[in-house]
Design a protein around this ligand. Structure first.
Ligand code: DLL
Length: 431
């Protein structure tokens, strides 16, 4: 089943739609937002110069920092009376990146999420167990309203509380599981330890997993453990949230909803396009968003795109699973973290230096984060109470500002590993 006719439109139609919508979006941002007007003017480009899809390359890039610089609503292109929802991610200075939606955008989001659910075979007969976090994160509510859009019964479980989630899945007869892949595997392990008979106790047939990088091995493990079809979903809050692309029943590649999002792959160093099928940084322009339209957003995600039609009948181009990041962002249990954000928290703590090291590892199937921080020379390392207080303060600040649950370990000055005199900031043992 395909939710919308637009998903199987001929390539010429897709491109005609894209050009018309791109021009409309460029007009909107140029006329309304001084940030974009200034950038367009600096490049000497006008919205009417857009004649074909490839003309998107004439437009300026937008970066995460631009959203931060215009915190909270500076890049919005509708009056606040029209904004019906905001979401946000964690931010460097305790100030998050804020995104906004008007009713049109909520409808677009509902539409693309309905396509995601339909790709996984979900309809009104299904019970969707939604284990994505509800709140400022787009995962919970994005999956929630999408499920309602296709008429499924949605169980708004949110994250955490594994035993209770398993009980709800069993008792409510969940047929579709939506959560991060690592949480899906963690739940399977807990269920197995409790002696579950997966076939008898659970009715799951499909899962829609995303928000964090995965490997083919991990996907296969999740699918096997639960005995389900694995669908991967990709998205980011700056563009809409979950629902930018999703894999169908025929391939592991993810169909990009091209009538709403114009995707390019560029060389992250030069900003130039790479040939079709080659890997590079994914750049997305929204084509139908109104409250926060975004021009050429540098996602930082490394992938490739092919346009070859798929057996499922959809003609929308497909991207491979994200293979890495162009920057140093880490994703820990679905939460995005930049080392610079951690550094900011440490800089504001007393008794410690800026020599730190972030160690990401696995505990079972979940990610765990340890942060080593060298204390200052003038701190009495044998004062257990004082060390404990500083450690707790940093941990609380990481949790409150960045939503990260980390174990902070204070270490003596000059003990963190250095390479060529430079501290090694991040060690990712999960790879
Ligand atoms: O993670 C939205 C989402 C929610 C997607 C639920 C899928 C499911 P952000 O918090 O803004 O939004 O994080 C966006 O997460 O740039 C990628 O680096 C990463 N990411 C999202 N989906 C995938 C995926 C949501 N399928 C950032 N594979 C993105 C790998 C992913 N990384």
């Amino acid at each position: 089943m395909i939710w919308s006719k637009a998903e199987s439109a001929p390539r010429e139609v897709i491109e005609e739609t894209q050009v018309a919508r791109l021009r409309e979006t460029a007009n909107r941002v140029y006329a309304i937002n001084p940030f974009y007007k200034k950038k367009f003017d600096a490049l000497g480009i006008l919205p009417e110069d857009i004649k074909g899809v490839e003309d998107v390359r004439k437009l300026p890039f937008t970066k995460k920092q631009d959203l931060r610089d215009h915190y909270p609503f500076g890049l919005f292109c509708v009056p606040m009376t029209e904004v019906v929802r905001v979401h946000s991610s964690s931010g460097t200075t305790g100030k998050p990146t804020v995104v906004g939606y008007n009713q049109n955008d909520m409808d677009v989001w509902g539409e693309v999420m309905a396509r995601v659910y339909t790709m996984s075979g979900t309809d009104a007969n299904d019970v969707v167990h939604n284990g994505y976090g509800y709140g400022l994160f787009t995962g919970g509510l994005g999956f929630h309203y999408g499920a309602e859009h296709v008429g499924a019964t949605v169980v708004p479980a949110s994250g955490g509380f594994t035993d209770r989630q398993l009980m709800l899945m069993r008792d409510f007869g969940a047929t579709v599981l939506a959560c991060t892949p690592s949480f899906a595997l963690h739940m399977a392990e807990v269920a197995a330890k409790a002696g579950s008979d997966f076939k008898k106790d659970y009715k799951l047939k499909a899962g829609i997993f995303g928000a964090e990088p995965t490997s083919p091995g991990l996907k296969a493990e999740v699918a096997k453990a639960w005995g389900i079809k694995y669908h991967e979903v990709y998205g980011l809050s700056e563009i809409i949230g979950p629902g930018v692309s999703c894999s169908c029943e025929h391939s592991e590649l993810l169909h990009i909803f091209e009538d709403h999002f114009l995707a390019e792959i560029i060389d992250p160093k030069t900003g130039e396009p790479v040939p079709e099928g080659e890997r590079g940084e994914l750049v997305i322009t929204t084509l139908t968003k109104q409250a926060l339209p975004i021009i050429r957003y540098r996602t930082g995600d490394i992938t490739s795109i092919i346009k070859e039609p798929c057996k499922c009948g959809r003609t929308h181009a497909r991207m491979e699973s994200i293979v890495g990041r162009a920057d140093d962002m880490l994703i820990v249990n679905g939460v995005n973290i930049y080392p610079s954000q951690v550094e900011h928290v440490i800089a504001n703590a007393e008794g410690v230096t800026l020599n730190y090291q972030i160690i990401a590892d696995k505990k079972g199937h979940l990610d765990k984060l340890e942060i080593l921080v060298e204390v200052s020379d003038d701190i009495m390392v044998d004062s257990v109470g004082e060390m404990e207080r500083i450690k707790k303060e940093i941990q609380a600040s990481l949790l409150n500002n960045l939503y990260i649950n980390a174990n902070v370990k204070l270490v003596e000055p000059r003990t963190i590993e250095r390479s060529m005199g430079k501290a090694v900031r991040v060690i990712d043992k999960r790879k």
